[in-house]
Design a protein around this ligand. Structure first.
Ligand code: NCD
Length: 309
């Protein structure tokens, strides 16, 4: 059994270097099998429950595809209005119930801290697929997997992270992994959407090389990768504030021409208007490849926490 057997995957800052390496190498092994047209039955007879109390396309479907690719089966709540949460059931009670039906549970919920609460209620492994503006560890793992694949190595890279750094749970998780690999970070955001202070303090403790800017074009001249994010409309109390900030940063082909040659463009998706559609034809536009990488990375996570790798 691996070092991840029976564990919850709730955040990235508590993963060890060995666990991160194991996830990335297992994902790569699964990807090679799938690419060669092979079939896997590692999780035959097991059931995954996906509980999504917030909208999702990629995360839920790639977890479900991952389970099916491993020969397992899936039960799901895709719309919270159809679950007993709508009748007032507590998260802990829902979790205890689902634990009776599944070997592993993936949960997305609008409240920060909810994934930990869900995990505390049950003995089966729980994977956090996004807890409000908290963390989104599986996205960060597929992001780092993508950077490694696109760039050939993580060594000596500079990554700019742009957009809503305040509310974006993908960047909250990703920066810990990037810092762990010694990647230089440039944070690009409007002044009201900067990275939360507790995260920058953690990065400082890790001796991470971090700078901040509001100038995306300048950051792109110095970066190997730019990671764009959506302004997180659902986290704003004041819709007018969202309207004022949307469209703050838009990558287009003219910016890429001025940027560090060969720059890789990433985005966890969905994009609203952060990347012009003309960029899709650029060979360094990696966001749909990034989304596809969700399957082998989530296969690795499901298999490792259940001891089926
Ligand atoms: C992200 C999320 O849900 O945090 N989406 C995803 O899982 N790929 C990013 C976002 O919604 O902006």
């Amino acid at each position: 059994m691996s070092i991840l057997y029976g564990k919850d995957i709730l955040r990235t800052d508590t993963l060890s270097d060995g666990e991160i390496d194991l996830i990335l190498s297992t994902a790569s092994r699964f990807e090679s099998v799938l690419k060669a047209g092979g079939r896997l039955g590692n999780m035959a007879g097991q059931v995954l429950a996906t509980l999504f109390f917030e909208p999702s396309t990629r995360t839920r479907l790639s977890f479900e595809a991952a389970m099916l690719r491993l020969g397992g089966q899936v039960i799901t709540v895709a719309d919270p209005r159809t679950s007993s949460a709508a009748k007032g059931e507590s998260l802990a009670d829902s979790m205890r119930t689902v634990e009776g039906y599944a070997d592993v549970i993936v949960i997305r919920h609008p409240r920060k801290g909810s994934a930990q609460e869900a995990a505390d209620a049950v003995a089966v492994p729980v994977i956090n697929a996004g807890d409000g503006a908290g963390q989104h560890p599986t996205q960060a793992l597929l992001d780092i997997y993508t950077i490694q694949k696109e760039k050939g190595s993580l060594e000596g890279l500079t990554v700019a992270l742009a957009g809503d750094l305040k509310h974006g749970r993908t960047v909250h998780s990703l920066v810990y992994l990037l810092a762990r690999f010694g990647i230089q970070l440039i944070f690009v955001s409007p002044s009201v959407l900067t990275m939360p202070a507790e995260i920058t303090a953690d990065l400082k403790k890790m001796d991470a090389d971090v700078s901040a800017s509001s100038d995306l074009a300048a950051a792109m001249r110095q970066s190997d990768v730019v990671y764009m994010t959506r302004i997180q409309r659902e986290r704003f109390e004041d819709p007018a504030e969202y309207e004022r900030l949307r469209g703050s940063y838009v990558v287009d082909v003219a910016m890429i021409r001025q940027a560090n040659p060969g720059i890789t463009i990433m985005h966890p998706l969905p994009r609203v208007d952060e990347i012009a559609s003309e960029v899709d034809a650029y060979e360094g536009a990696a966001y749909f490849r990034q989304a596809a990488n969700g399957v082998p990375v989530r296969m690795a996570l499901l298999a490792l926490v259940t001891g089926c790798e």
